[in-house]
Design a protein around this ligand. Structure first.
Ligand SMILES: [Mg+2]
Length: 200
């Protein structure tokens, strides 16, 4: 059976921080500045200068997934790298997006040349990584360290690659302690993935 590459979407295949900040500004008159790696505490209503309150956040992220996903461009070199990798492995997307907005993501990825199965997840990803890998040789790529800890716990045989595609966020997110490697560009990540698959 072919190896399987399990991919997060936001900040791995597609940009997230930049288009989300753009949509917040244009559609909701909210500014987002990454002074730390968090959304809460870095979002302000432009008219009043007030911080966005936690209870207002779900509507903003939902609004983006409903209206703004098409602003999300591919991470640098992602389409070329994934097109090459899919010649020798199966690709699947494991993304924490509400099920309601999954079809928009599927279509948007397809329009960018990435016709891929997309699994909508909620919470830690380790169990889904285990189920998708199902004993096959596998690599999991995600920008968020807790998902690597969860994958280590539930699917320790899976290669874990920590990638933060956004150049600004990179400096704010330390290497995930439970990942095997930290590589932030697709030009360098693709050979690492191929090597992992070949060595298992
Ligand atoms: Mg992500």
């Amino acid at each position: 059976m072919k190896p399987i590459l399990i991919l997060d979407c936001d900040e791995v295949i597609l940009e997230f921080a930049r288009p989300f900040a753009q949509w917040l500004h244009d559609a909701r008159n909210v500014s987002l500045r990454f002074d730390s790696f968090a959304l809460m505490g870095n979002m302000r209503h432009i008219s009043s200068g007030e911080l966005v309150q936690p209870e207002d956040f779900p509507a903003l992220i939902d609004g983006f997934f409903a209206e703004g996903q098409r602003l999300q461009q591919p991470a640098a070199d992602a389409v070329a790298a994934l097109t090459r990798l899919r010649g020798s492995m199966d690709l699947v997307v494991l993304t924490n997006i509400p099920e309601n907005w999954r079809d928009i993501r599927v279509q948007h990825l397809r329009d960018l040349g990435l016709d891929l199965p997309v699994h909508a997840n909620d919470g830690p990803k380790g169990r889904m990584v285990r189920d998708l890998a199902a004993g096959r040789t596998a690599v999991f790529v995600d920008d968020l360290p807790p998902h690597h800890s969860s994958a280590l716990k539930h699917a320790p045989h899976v290669g874990r690659l920590h990638m933060v595609a956004d150049a600004t966020l990179r400096g704010l997110i330390p290497a995930a302690p439970d990942a095997h490697a930290r590589i932030d560009t697709w030009a360098q990540a693709a050979p690492w993935i191929e090597q992992w698959m070949e060595q298992q």
